[in-house]
Write a protein that binds this ligand. Structure first.
Ligand code: KG4
Ligand code: ZN
Length: 331
């Protein structure tokens, strides 16, 4: 079995996966959304302090499995430096105490492997990763053959939901709140421009849309911002944010439609986005794969799933070489 640790942002999570059968025998996650909510976003130092409390608590529940561990895996990039450090420190301690090797896992590969928890891999597959930190399209051919084909030039999809939510005083994380309000709103009430719609390049940008929403809110606040205004802004913003992704994906599919396409990451829970992608995939006869809702946001099950593949090819890292990286340029 492999024990995997995830602490790249505001979720403390540990999983135990059987190497041979891929069975997830243990999985627990403690989220910190409530603690960060009042700040409208994740406060790194607070997150790190909460990991220090949560990770050992979860580990204590795994003690019966420790004797069966063949390796310990940990997310070491990308993420917040102070929070990654907590997971890495725990992994190093486990490695020394049990005399087992360490596997360093790329968090973004983790999101891709959230599709394959307790399942075989499917390759090649084109993946849309939408999270708080990333908006990317990746062509994945195998564990170590992944190519970034599109990314955001500024804010990410999830981050734009968080920022609009903060402007509307709806709290953090913004995605689920905006989605909830949007249900009662008129998506055509505000005509926000779709970002980069004139550009032929396949890339994303959310800072302009965020500013357009800010200006609209400022106009409304001169009177009073009513519940219905919040719903209408949420619906109009969500529609534009999603249509931006769909417009760019159409360009990609026109060039060469993939046989298998997937959407992963915390923001892939957005039902409006899922519905639009279903329509697109149907049109191009593309199979659409989704990770289970409980594995969309950050978790250690997906990190453990990648680690199984790394274990099989002996991809270990020396204790002294294990470092954290806050950013990764490519896969
Ligand atoms: O993958 P994740 O848990 O953490 C990162 O690695 O970033 O993603 C969290 C992000 C947050 O920005 C959150 O607002 C967004 O995903 N999110 C959503 C929805 N649920 C979560 N965005 C839009 N619609 C949702 N339903
Ligand atoms: Zn993530």
């Amino acid at each position: 079995m492999i024990l995997a640790i995830e602490s790249s942002c505001d979720d403390s999570s540990i999983s135990i996966t059987k190497i041979e059968t891929l069975e997830l025998v243990f999985h627990k996650k403690i989220s910190q959304e409530l603690e960060h909510s009042i700040y409208g976003g994740v406060v790194p130092e607070l997150a790190a302090r909460l990991h220090i409390e949560a990770l050992p608590k979860i580990l204590a529940e795994c003690k019966d499995y420790l004797k069966d561990l063949k390796a310990v895996a940990v997310t070491n990039a990308p993420g917040l430096s102070v929070t990654l450090t907590e997971g890495v420190a725990m992994a190093k301690a486990i490695s020394i105490a049990l005399n087992i090797p360490i596997i360093a896992v790329n968090h973004l590969k983790g999101h891709i492997y959230s599709l394959f928890i307790e399942k075989k891999e499917i390759f090649p597959i084109t993946v849309l990763l939408v999270s708080g930190g990333h908006t990317q399209i990746i062509e994945a051919n195998s564990l170590n053959e992944m190519k970034l084909v599109a990314r955001t030039l500024d804010d990410s999809f999830g981050e734009s939901f968080d920022k609009v939510s903060k402007m509307l005083n709806l709290g953090y994380p913004g995605g689920p709140m905006i989605e909830k309000y949007a249900k009662n709103g008129d998506e055509n009430r505000f005509d926000f421009p779709i970002p980069l719609s004139q550009s032929r390049r396949i890339e994303f940008s959310y800072s302009g849309l965020k500013n357009a929403v800010r200006l609209e809110i400022e106009k409304l606040e001169r009177t009073t911002l009513e519940e219905q205004d919040i719903a209408n802004i949420s619906a109009s913003f969500q529609k534009t944010a999603v249509l931006h992704i769909i417009q760019k994906l159409k360009k990609l599919f026109k060039q060469k439609a993939p046989k298998d396409f997937a959407i992963v990451g915390g923001a892939s829970a957005n039902l409006f986005l899922r519905k639009e992608l279903e329509t697109l995939c149907k049109k191009y006869d593309t199979r659409l794969h989704l990770s289970e809702l409980k594995y969309c946001s950050d978790n250690a099950a997906m990190i453990g799933r990648v680690a199984v593949e790394q274990y099989k090819i002996g991809e270990f890292i020396n204790l002294e070489d294990l470092d954290i990286k806050t950013r990764l340029k490519d896969y």
